[in-house]
Design a protein. Structure first.
Length: 301
């Protein structure tokens, strides 16, 4: 008998064994093994790596949301997680801008409809019992209140027929000029106290040559003004313009009167008429209704 030569192994196709799946961050592995297709002997075994897959970011989500309100910013975290393993991949805090107040469609409502805060631009409607819609001063009063030149004498009254005091008229003029701070702090008037509503207005008016005191040490803020005085205040506040026309229709306005130029200028400018065709009545008391009308015609028209 002769020996028969060994045939040698016949390698089958490789197979995977001991497979460990890769995750997002950790490599996997397997053995690549070859057996003999005839006798089954293991011919080779090689360890292989399965690379980690890496995370798969999902759509960002909002967390820890704090809503903004009218005045304070809100915030939230914008977070991205891995859609496979759930790991947090990024977190960024974002700001939500404050919304601002909601003062109605026109911005003029009294209060914010969201938080109830008061509107600094709110102007109460003119609703004075003693200012009838048809009165000659009704538009002037509405203008003066809207512009902050005056308020009523109470929440419901304007007192249009009351005499306008010196303290009131300088305050009207001062507010109409934008409430400028007086430059000098010296107050020569004993009857003008620093807590009076007309304090700054008086100092400003004196400083700007609109009025002087009634004496070196008194201003007489409670004295009621005459028509002659009021047009003079207005005229001086306008820089003492010369009337352009000559001719004076008023018997009670003489060329030597301190209010002469002021009256002619005011009539020419349409700020006031006489009390009739030939009289200005410069010594008549000037009412609050008249003063705001003069101011209105001077400044708003
Ligand atoms: Zn074999
Ligand atoms: Zn992952
Ligand atoms: Zn608000």
């Amino acid at each position: 008998m002769r020996d028969i030569d060994a045939l040698g192994h016949s390698p089958a196709e490789t197979v995977r064994e001991n497979e460990k799946t890769a995750t997002c961050t950790v490599d996997g592995s397997y053995d690549e093994v070859t057996y003999c297709s005839v006798c089954g002997t293991e011919l080779s075994r090689e360890a292989k790596v399965i690379p980690a897959t890496g995370h798969v970011p999902a759509t960002a989500v909002r967390e820890n949301e704090k809503a903004a309100n009218c005045t304070e910013n809100g915030s939230y975290d914008e977070v991205v997680y891995c859609s496979v393993c759930g790991a947090e991949l990024s977190r960024e805090t974002k700001s939500i801008p404050a919304t601002g107040h909601t003062f109605g469609a026109d911005g003029k409502a009294e209060k914010c409809s969201v938080c109830g805060a008061k509107n600094p631009d709110y102007k109460p409607p003119v609703n004075f019992k003693d200012v009838k819609p048809g009165a000659y001063y009704a538009d002037a009063v509405a203008w003066a209140v809207a512009k902050g030149v005056t308020t009523g004498t109470s929440a419901t009254t304007f007192s249009p027929d009351e005499g306008c005091t010196r303290g009131q008229v300088v305050t009207f003029l001062w507010r109409a000029a934008g409430s400028p701070e007086p430059v000098g702090a010296k107050n020569p008037f004993r009857d003008v106290k620093s807590d009076a509503y007309y304090y700054k207005a008086v100092l400003w008016a004196v400083e700007n040559g609109i009025t002087s005191g009634t004496s070196a040490t008194t201003f007489s803020p409670e004295d009621v003004c005459t028509r002659g005085q009021i047009v003079t205040f207005l005229w001086r506040a306008n820089g003492k313009p010369s009337p352009s026309k000559t001719g004076n229709p008023f018997k009670d306005v003489k060329s030597g009167d301190y209010f002469y130029d002021a009256v002619l200028w005011a009539v020419e400018k349409g700020i006031t008429l006489g009390t009739d065709a030939t009289h200005f009545s410069p010594s008549d008391t000037c009412t609050r209704g008249q003063v705001v009308t003069f101011l209105y015609r001077d400044m708003a028209q």
